[in-house]
Design a protein around this ligand. Sequence first.
Ligand SMILES: [Zn+2]
Length: 289
Amino acid sequence: MKSTASPTVTVCANDNQSERSMGRTTKRPADGSTRPAEPRQVGAGELAERVGRWLEVERFADYCPNGLQVEGARPIRRLVSGVTASLALIDAAAEAGADALLVHHGWFWKGEDACLVGLRGERVRRLMASGMSLFAYHLPLDAHPELGNNARLGRVLGLAVAGTGGERDLVWHARLDRPTAAAALGRRIARRLGRRPLAVGALDRPIERVAWCTGAAQDYLEDAIALGADAFISGEISERTTHVAREAGVVYFAAGHHATERYGVQALGEAIAGACGIEHRYIDVPNPV
Ligand SMILES: [Zn+2]
């Protein structure tokens, strides 16, 4: 078990002062006068390079490429973020006049048919026709100590991080102020996420230590138990999850894959907008799973 204190990482910690001028396309005139600021923009490659450094994408062996997955036709002035690069999100982003789409669930997953036919072909056609770039960050965005899905979910749920552990350090944990009934914790999750979680396991047990990992991390339940968690929160649930929770005497909350992974990509979009001076907007395409 690996446990680390909550790290504090500043988004631009690896960047120097030139960060502030990133994406400017106009130089100050030779006479030193100042002109009204033109809309900022940034090239897709430059943006990918910058974000890749923030999220340390090279550290991750992932199931998909992280970074610029599709290079669009123009520089980026308006960025739209969302959870999944679905047709609905592509259309909504294009409608919003986006130059780039930033997602957690992109394309080109390992084991997937590489041919761009059928539904995958349609998504690609629609994106290419819009001229937007597509950026996707999967595990590096789950894991980032400041902008990541786990970090942000902890913040949304009001959990003060005590440490991380489990596989790839992706299970985060916190101690509640006082022992809390499972029903009360379930209500807190429902209130904060706007979606009622499914709770299984030892529902009568008071909860003191909570662990969480966003998305489809139900099989990290045993990692959470090894970390001493009384309850584990993730997005999805499998049939087997119920039995593990019951037999270990812990509570498992399936709080929604989409619902738990809405926050990292928004934080990253905001960070990019701040660093590059471009517009950013999050578009939610609701998903009950
Ligand atoms: Zn996910």
